[in-house]
Design a protein around this ligand. Sequence first.
Ligand SMILES: [Zn+2]
Length: 320
Amino acid sequence: MKNNSSNTLKCPLCQSAELDHLFQANDYISLDPFIVYRCACCDLAITKAELADKNISNYYGRGYYGQRKFLVESIINYIRVMAISRLKKFAPSLSLLDVGCGNGTFMMSMRKRGWQAFGTEIAPTGHMRGCAGEFIKLGDFKKSDFSKNSFDVITMWHSLEHVEDPLGYLIEARRVLKDNGALVAEIPNFRSLQARIFRENWFHLDVPRHLFHFSPKSIGILFQKAGLENIIIRRSSLVYGFFGCLQSFLNVLSVKKNLFFDFVNSKVFLSNMYQNNKKDLFINIIFFVPALIASVILFLAETIIGKSGIILALGRKSVK
Ligand SMILES: [Zn+2]
């Protein structure tokens, strides 16, 4: 399953040629334009680089990797640790692989709780926590060559939408999972209320780094094709879901997108914002509280109707 850039466009998940052109969206860092298509059969949406650089790795350079503020990172990490720790009731001693583990925070927290946790990461090592390095395998997960039946749990926190071959990733994950092991993937929901309202301004669209945009239907088909069973799809995530609403509201109002996100991730400081994006900085400050209130309403509304901004998908490798 590869997102080829050929003229004859086919869905990489179900091979259908029925792809609907949805809209154009710009990378918020380089401002390069990308087209988002959606498959009419399986509901998978795809980012195409028709008018811009087709080498997507060029869009991960300077300005992409940040370091979250401690409080934000702690909250996100705590929610993840709690979600996965609940799986422990299925087996007494658990091993875990976090694919796309970033700086290793989640993986290290699981180690502290007694798990045999490891990570893989394709990004440069510069932003990693020093002590995490020895438990992280660098490079493409598909080429990382773990033995089969190695892990009880594999997690993919916001990494599946970044990879060229998500089906290949899931097939490899199933191979290295133990029997009855669980794969947990958290991804943005392209069928959420916030995605529909904000379209090209939607924070979690993040073209071109998000090559694929999943929905409950398409992630279910992907898990099935990878041979996973007992698939459960949950539609909720407090931090990412709520932040998606807030940053998307602010994106509609300002020329420079994701200003608040860049601030939270320490990519830009107030003094730089004042110097380079004075007008947008004031717009963000003036409209922050109204956007916050609107985000609470939107977040509650989409949660109640089951169209939250984030999907948590869980599948198991069943014993045949
Ligand atoms: Zn399709």
